[in-house]
Design a protein around this ligand. Structure first.
Ligand code: FE2
Length: 350
């Protein structure tokens, strides 16, 4: 009888321990909200500019610098765990075909409130390629409503900054969002391109503060290059209204809008509202803008002197996008050398 009682106690305590472990795992993986580091690091227009504070990636002389942009990878802990390997297989294939010097990710790397496992897994895996990568936030990276996810924006910043090959920087704390930073591409010590990574928010516009900060950077870089402006590429998630305008003019046969390659538009072209961002970008020498967000669309249209690129959606399509009409899956390759720039989508073959 005593033996039976002992076995009963062991079984009960094992069950309670297992239940507690399960509860803690569910709580810390899916229910707890991680706030992340709250860092007060405001930027002011009168701040001194320091070129050494900007990350750089070196371009090999005489060879094109290749960027592979992954758009809307959209991982989710609960729903997409079983698609993770498939997505990784597709991205590995794209990386092997493009051989990029830099991987950029234009937002919505994750897309739901459950983002801890998927983001950690994605970053750990990206690091294994030993290629620098630079992500921006989309409208879903921190949950379906503002910062409603397990990882808040600041907590995502902590993880992105900890990535071994990550160039991500949360940037100033007073621009209206986090994750605004700059990377310079250098060739023999000379800056040949400035890459601006901006958070385009959640159905919002790029803030006046972000625009002023971008101009401040461009002026600072220019001063270090003997007063010579450096051409720039902007990466952010939500398309500008100019994308819609460019496409409508292209459709109407306006010869001033030039299509570079195929134009795929199978989804709404509504973008964010803006406050003169496009004009400001042109002013500071931006020649290219790369966005994601609208999965069924992929094009590069040269509009008013700027190439506007809708990056090809990467990985699992899901829902409506599985249908043949919307099924665009791959990544977009941007390469440049001197004054020549080539932009082309690479479609998934996996
Ligand atoms: Fe999005």
């Amino acid at each position: 009888m005593a033996k039976k009682k002992k076995v009963g106690i062991i079984l009960l305590s094992s069950f309670l321990t297992l239940a507690l472990v399960c509860f803690l795992a569910v709580y810390f993986l899916f229910l707890h909200h991680y706030r992340g580091s709250q860092i007060d690091n405001p930027w002011r227009e009168e701040d001194d500019f320091s070129i050494s504070s900007i990350a750089t990636v070196e371009k090999r002389e005489g060879e094109p610098f290749v960027i592979l942009n992954l758009a809307d990878v959209q991982l989710c802990d609960l729903e997409d765990l079983f698609h993770l390997n498939k997505t990784k297989e597709k991205i590995t294939d794209l990386l092997e075909r493009a051989h990029p010097d830099l991987i950029t990710l234009t937002g919505d790397q994750t897309w739901s409130n459950e983002n801890l496992i998927s983001l950690k897994s994605l970053l750990y895996w990206l690091d294994s390629f030993e290629i620098p990568y630079a992500p921006v936030f989309g409208n879903h990276d921190c949950g379906n409503e503002k910062d409603s996810a397990v990882l808040s924006r600041a907590a995502c910043c902590d993880l992105y900054e900890a990535g071994k090959y990550s160039l991500f920087d949360r940037g100033p704390s007073n621009l209206g969002s986090l994750g605004n930073y700059v990377v310079n591409v250098t060739e023999n010590g000379k800056i040949v391109k400035t890459l601006y990574f901006l958070d385009s928010g959640e159905e919002e516009r790029i803030s006046d503060e972000q625009i002023s900060w971008m101009k401040w950077h461009a002026e600072g870089v220019k001063a270090t290059q003997g007063g010579e402006a450096v051409a720039g590429i902007c990466f952010f998630h939500l398309p500008l209204p100019e994308y819609r305008e460019a496409y409508l003019r292209y459709l109407a046969g306006d010869a001033s809008v030039e299509a570079l390659g195929e134009v795929y538009v199978t989804y709404s072209l509504s973008g964010s509202e803006q406050n003169g961002f496009f004009e400001a970008a042109k002013e500071v020498g931006v020649t290219d803008i790369v966005c994601g967000h609208q999965h069924g669309n992929c094009f590069t249209l040269k509009y008013d002197g700027v190439r506007l690129t809708f990056s090809l959606k990467t990985g699992k399509l899901g829902g409506t996008y599985e249908s043949e009409e919307f099924a665009l899956d791959g990544a977009t390759c941007i390469s440049f050398d001197g004054d020549s720039t080539k932009i082309e989508p690479i479609f998934s073959e996996k």
